[in-house]
Design a protein around this ligand. Structure first.
Ligand SMILES: Cc1ncc(COP(=O)(O)O)c(C=O)c1O
Length: 386
């Protein structure tokens, strides 16, 4: 039988990150600086609570929207931390990670042909979730000379009548770029002028190193047009628990909930119980991990520059995005060569689109010792290939 796959799905390119990491699978003693997840286990108190909940038989579905206790805690948390007011029952939805939030928000908002501005380089799912929802991703290429940040001017250039929304991610995967309050305020003016919605992915907010993180929804006049996505994966080292949240205008959250209840039903109860413990008692662990990431950031940026890879200082997350331009070699060849000869895995820039072939992404969510050894090996590789 000839099976036809949806045209939309056929058109999607497979994830470049996956393609490369299929090569890594099966190789021994590789130092992997490729993965986008913390090298720490979730805080012990969180794991203990999850174990205990299983022992006590908490294995059921929860409310579609997520456990009311967790939604209440999130409402309290964002109020205390950022002075953001969201009604726990109508304006907050618990999702299966920020990944599900991104998918839901696009499906809830877009009609065929609606355009969404997507910054580049960014997390690989952004353009696909727009396209799968029937929309069209309009790419905004950022620039190294501006620390990979969007500017009001380059956003405005793309604002045609059919652009409905702006996606923003800060601190950013893969560049680590983040925005000060003043920079965000300037972007908010353009958002208002062109009546855009903003999908703000702030999953790395706690990992902002050089200034305070400002949620987009806190800017004057923005709350009514921002869908604020966040979750537990990164700062709390809870990727496997798969818990995220979406806060936003009631109408949007209700629409997202409708899709969520038919497709997902609810996020796992174990994850939701673990997330409650994370909010209650996890901040100390978050701060300890943040301190360690900051130490590693400095080490990796300084070391890469010392061995001749031009690397800017990112302001958040746990990635650096050095340039390999002067080596004049495609990023996939560089990554494959390094993997084969020195057993260090990193992500070739081309995984984020052709425009990023002069870059590589290195995750410093790996132990300090691993990073030290990786730098030695990268140095060897650079001198052998000169
Ligand atoms: C910017 C960004 N958004 C969302 C996600 C997905 O996070 P989650 O585990 O909450 O689905 C990632 C994961 O790497 C990411 O880097």
């Amino acid at each position: 039988m000839k099976i036809e796959i949806s045209k939309k799905v056929e058109k999607l390119a497979p994830s470049g990150i996956r393609e490369f990491f299929d090569l890594v699978l099966g190789m021994k003693d590789v130092i992997s600086l490729g993965v986008g997840e913390p090298d720490f286990a979730s805080p012990w108190l969180v794991r203990e609570k999850a174990i205990y909940s299983l022992e006590r038989g908490y294995t059921s579905y929860t409310s579609n929207k997520g456990m009311p206790e967790l939604r209440k805690q999130i409402a309290h948390f964002v109020k205390m931390r950022y002075q953001l007011d969201y009604d726990f029952d109508n304006e907050i939805l618990i999702t299966v990670g920020v990944s599900e939030g991104l998918d839901l928000v696009m499906r809830a908002l877009l009609n065929p042909g609606d355009k969404v501005i997507v910054p580049e380089p960014v997390y690989v799912s952004y353009a696909p979730v727009v396209e799968l929802a029937g929309g069209k991703a309009v790419s905004l290429k950022t620039d190294k000379s501006n620390e990979f940040k969007m500017t009001p001017e380059n956003i405005e250039k793309l604002c045609t009548k059919d652009v409905r929304a702006l996606m923003i991610n800060y601190p950013c995967n893969p560049t680590g770029a983040s925005y000060t309050k003043q920079e965000l305020e300037a972007i908010a003016k353009v958002v208002k002028k062109h009546n855009l919605l903003v999908i703000s992915d702030e999953v790395y907010d706690e990992l902002t190193y050089d200034f305070d993180h400002t949620p987009f929804a806190t800017l004057p006049g923005m709350k009514e047009r921002v869908i604020y996505l966040n979750g537990f994966s990164k700062a709390y080292a809870m990727t496997g628990f798969r818990i995220g949240w979406a806060c936003g205008p009631e109408k949007v959250i209700q629409a997202m909930t409708k899709i969520h209840q038919y497709t997902i039903l609810c996020a796992s109860i174990t994850g939701q119980i673990a997330a409650q413990e994370a909010l209650k008692n996890g901040m100390k662990s978050v701060q300890e991990m943040k301190k360690e990431y900051k130490r590693r950031r400095r080490f990796i940026v300084e070391s890469l520059n010392e061995i001749g890879l031009d690397c800017h200082m990112p302001q958040g997350a746990f990635y650096v995005f050095p340039s390999i331009k002067k080596l004049k070699v495609p990023s996939m060849d560089f990554a494959k060569g390094l993997l084969k000869s020195q057993k260090v895995a990193l992500v070739p820039g081309v995984a984020f689109g052709k425009a990023w072939d002069d870059f590589i992404r290195i995750s410093y969510a790996s132990s300090y010792d691993n990073l030290k050894e990786a730098v030695v090996r990268i140095k060897k590789y650079l001198s052998s290939s000169r």
